[in-house]
Design a protein around this ligand. Structure first.
Ligand code: SF4
Length: 340
């Protein structure tokens, strides 16, 4: 977790300073690296006191992490140089506290109220025809990727929740009408590729490009995608998109109408969760892709819970892959049932 905290710290501080200097297009590599160096030193001073007295292993790992930090920020900078979206907010917080930027998300039911708070790593915006298109960006130091199959099970919905909340509450904060443009996970890590020693350079480049890909869900409007990444419609490098030989675009996309339905689906999930909590439902039915990634393997409560898949009511819920077409059909079906 400390690695994630360190990279978050750098990404936030450096991007904020670069924006104040006029954006990444105005800041060359040397100036960017000087900023990264400055904030690494600040972090070491504040958070890693006694750095010189730490053991050799720690110092080696930290040196490696510095290299990762330069690589991650270099590619975030390169992405933003090719984009008309600009970072508008960092660590934007939702909640009830006096420090919160945006009020808590509230799910009201006749017999109770669920109030949700949280924080968005970064919000990027693009102003077009008086509307502010917003995308929510989350830095991920692990391998996590956006997955409709998880969303379908009610998991990993926080980014979507933030996006839809900004749609509703954003105008008073940003002073503009808001259009949700998508959510993106930005990999805050620099993986070491394993490849054959004699791998051809083009193949190696293709492998590296794969690592740069963000995952997420984006508004399927060509103009918006092009604003996010200038080459989105021809040769996307960062966005989760593909363009075939005939120039057809595919990828993790949703129309404005589908995003609207997804917003209502997320609301429904929250109402269901709130209802279950109020109803005292604490069934042992965790979700996982395989037995190996089941939360039970790392759960502090396992010795008390004695979960055993298949025994009485104990059951693992497998997150099964879902095709986008099936996902949207299912969401529509649920909405239809709710309306009845
Ligand atoms: S061990 Fe029990 S409490 Fe822990 S994740 Fe598994 S089912 Fe849930």
């Amino acid at each position: 977790p400390q690695i994630g905290t360190f990279l978050h710290f750098l990404l936030e501080r450096v991007t904020r300073d670069v924006q104040a200097l006029g954006g990444f297009a105005q800041v060359d590599q040397d100036a960017l690296h000087a900023l990264i160096r400055k904030y690494i030193e600040e972090y070491v001073e504040k958070e890693l006191r006694n750095f010189q007295n730490r053991n050799a292993r720690f110092r080696y790992l930290f040196a490696r992490l510095r290299t990762t930090a330069y690589a991650v920020i270099d590619q975030a900078a390169e992405e933003l140089r090719r984009s008309d979206f600009v970072p508008l907010a960092f660590e934007l917080s939702f909640g009830d506290g006096p420090e919160s930027d945006i009020p808590a998300v509230v799910i009201s039911e006749p017999d109770g109220e669920l109030r949700i708070g949280g924080k968005v790593d970064r919000v990027d915006g693009w102003l077009k025809d008086g509307k502010l298109y917003l995308r929510v960006v989350d830095y991920k130091s692990g391998k996590k990727a956006f997955d409709l199959a998880a969303v379908r099970m009610g998991l990993d919905i926080q980014m979507l929740l933030y996006l839809f909340t900004l749609h509703k509450a954003g105008p008073s904060y940003f002073g503009r009408e808001i259009e949700p443009a998508g959510v993106l996970y930005l990999p805050a890590r620099d993986d070491i590729l394993s490849a054959r020693r004699n791998i051809p350079p083009e193949k190696l480049q293709a492998e590296r490009e794969k690592q740069l890909r963000r995952s997420g869900l984006l508004l399927a409007e060509p103009q918006v995608l092009q604003a996010m990444e200038h080459e989105a419609l021809t040769e996307p490098r960062y966005l989760p998109l593909r363009v075939n030989k005939s120039g057809d675009l595919s990828g993790s996309l949703a129309s404005a109408a589908q995003l609207g339905k997804l917003g209502r689906y997320v609301d429904k999930l929250l109402r269901d969760i709130a209802g279950e909590i109020r109803g005292g439902v604490i069934d042992a039915d965790p979700c996982c892709h395989t037995e190996e990634d089941s939360p039970c393997r790392y759960c502090d409560w396992a010795p008390a819970c004695h979960f055993q898949d298949g025994r009485d009511g104990d059951r693992l819920h497998y997150i099964l892959p879902v095709k986008p077409g099936e996902f949207w059909q299912e969401i529509e079906g649920i909405e239809g049932k709710e309306a009845d």
